[in-house]
Design a protein around this ligand. Structure first.
Ligand code: SF4
Length: 72
């Protein structure tokens, strides 16, 4: 379970469920990290996220029209 690793190993990715409108853009751009919940809203599959996925995560962050994704 990757969630048990120290956060220093990667990025912490979050989706603000109050902002997410379920456009699916993040899931299309980075399905390794984002998936739809039962209502079609985005949820993060893993945390922390390894830096090998940083480019895709940043692309999803930049393409979210609601600015719902944060990466720290
Ligand atoms: S792109 Fe943004 S608004 Fe759309 S599903 Fe992903 S997090 Fe939600």
């Amino acid at each position: 379970m990757t969630g048990e690793r120290a956060t220093t190993d990667g990025m912490v990715v979050a989706v603000d469920g109050r902002k997410c409108q379920g456009h699916n853009r993040c899931m299309a751009l980075c399905p390794e990290v984002f998936e739809a919940d039962e209502f079609g809203y985005s949820v993060v599959r893993m945390n922390p996220v390894g830096h090998e996925l940083e480019e895709k995560v940043r692309l999803a962050e930049a393409n979210c029209p609601e600015r719902a994704i944060t990466v720290t």
